[in-house]
Design a protein around this ligand. Structure first.
Ligand code: GP9
Ligand code: MN
Length: 398
């Protein structure tokens, strides 16, 4: 790889039509709070267990937010860190391993760096050990000014479970830190409690376990419910402390929590007919953009995690600066495939999964020719993203 390769990137980026909508700049200069919700899949939204909502707070929030109801998890082996690469840089994850671990010294044109040009301060909050996913090194490289991690929290056996501090004390203890940040700020919060194998103390269990053959699925709904409550109380505190109105909130699920071998139990719980395309459908994660004072709406066309960055920049009124594979979700071309790392994809009408083409609506298999026209775009984007990462091409600073 050398400098001439950057011509390819320039060409790719300039071919992209960044349309402006009347939402452009609507959140200009506001603080940004991103909440990465661990293993949170979209099926929990408006879903009940024994008559009780799994996500009562998110369900209410959606009513006054932009809710992108068909957003897909595009992560690979790097799990949370893959979602972070997409959201922070607009690049795809690698097919194997994590960019955070394998390429921490690359040059990235991250959202944090772009926002620094607009005088933003960037911080990230996560209760786990700072070395997990090599975050400590990678966050510095991405341009975060501060990483609040395990050592910044009072962590006790009582307020911890599974990977560490529970979401509720995590958010509550984060508030004073958040309040002390220079404004405007971008703050990313990464939750932890809703992580496999979905453990919860009895006093935190707010709804019944689901009733399937798989304990993983049964417990999952209770840890999602717990997380929902923690986010609710976080919002309540922000409102109380006057930190709500000047902020734009972006909440998204980082990736699936119920892996393929438990999907039949999930289908059972949802009382659905089993379909070949379930695996792709279950990769939908919630994406909610809440701007206080805006009514919002539900946008049901397909999109992915790689699109979050440009969507946010659009709302913040920042244009033509990102080098990204994403699109602004408000104007995303309807027929542009949402690309998975294994070469599968979703379009408005089709799902391509395990080298088989399906009609999205019916879930029925269809002639593979229907999916062929998209394949060139899919391999072109994945290869170009890999070239950028493996060749560290963004170091040629153009
Ligand atoms: C760990 C948390 C979970 O710090 O982000 O990581 P995951 O296993 O989901 O990648
Ligand atoms: Mn995760």
């Amino acid at each position: 790889a050398d400098q001439s390769d950057t011509a390819v990137i320039k060409d790719f980026v300039s071919n992209k039509n960044e349309e402006t909508t009347d939402l452009f700049g609507i959140a200009k200069g506001k603080n940004v709070v991103l909440i990465s919700m661990e293993s949170t899949q979209d099926f929990v939204i408006n879903q009940k267990i024994d008559g009780k909502e799994i996500t009562p707070f998110l369900n209410d929030l959606i009513k006054e937010s932009y809710y992108f109801s068909q957003t897909y998890d595009q992560t690979a082996q790097g799990k949370t860190s893959d979602s972070e690469i997409m959201v922070d840089t607009g690049l795809y994850p690698l097919s194997g391993g994590s960019v955070f671990v394998r390429r921490p010294e690359n040059t990235f044109i991250s959202m944090q760096k772009l926002l620094k040009d607009e005088n933003y301060y960037s911080a990230v909050f996560h209760g786990n050990d700072p070395s997990f996913w090599n975050r400590e090194n990678m966050y510095k490289n991405l341009g975060y000014d501060r990483f609040f991690s395990k050592g910044d929290y009072t962590v006790t056996p009582e307020n911890s479970i599974n990977y560490g501090i529970k979401d509720n004390p995590f958010f509550q203890q984060s508030i004073p830190y958040l309040k002390s940040l220079p404004k405007p700020y971008l703050a990313k919060f990464i939750t932890l409690t809703n992580h496999f194998p979905f453990l919860l103390n009895e006093e935190d269990q707010m709804i019944n376990l689901a009733d399937t053959d798989e304990g993983v699925v049964n417990r999952y709904v209770t840890t999602v419910r717990y997380q929902d409550e923690a986010i609710k109380q976080f919002f309540q505190q922000l409102k109380k402390k006057g930190m709500y109105k000047d902020t734009i909130f972006i909440l998204y699920g980082d990736h699936y929590g119920i892996s393929e071998k438990y999907e039949d139990a999930l289908t059972d719980m949802l009382d659905r007919e089993k379909r070949a395309v379930d695996h792709t459908e279950y990769r939908q994660v919630p994406l909610i953009i809440h701007i206080p004072g805006q009514k919002g709406m539900t946008i049901s066309s397909p999109g992915g995690e790689v699109d979050i960055q440009l969507t946010l920049l659009h709302l913040l009124g920042i244009k033509d600066k990102a080098i990204t594979f994403g699109y602004d979700l408000f104007t995303r071309p309807k027929n542009h495939p949402v690309i998975f790392r294994d070469g599968g994809f979703v379009t408005e009408k089709y799902i391509y999964q395990d080298n088989t083409c399906y009609h999205k609506g019916s879930g029925e298999q269809t002639n593979v020719e229907a999916c062929m026209p998209f394949q060139e775009t899919v391999s072109k984007e994945l290869n170009l993203s890999d070239d950028i990462i493996n060749g560290d091409l963004l170091r040629f600073n153009y």
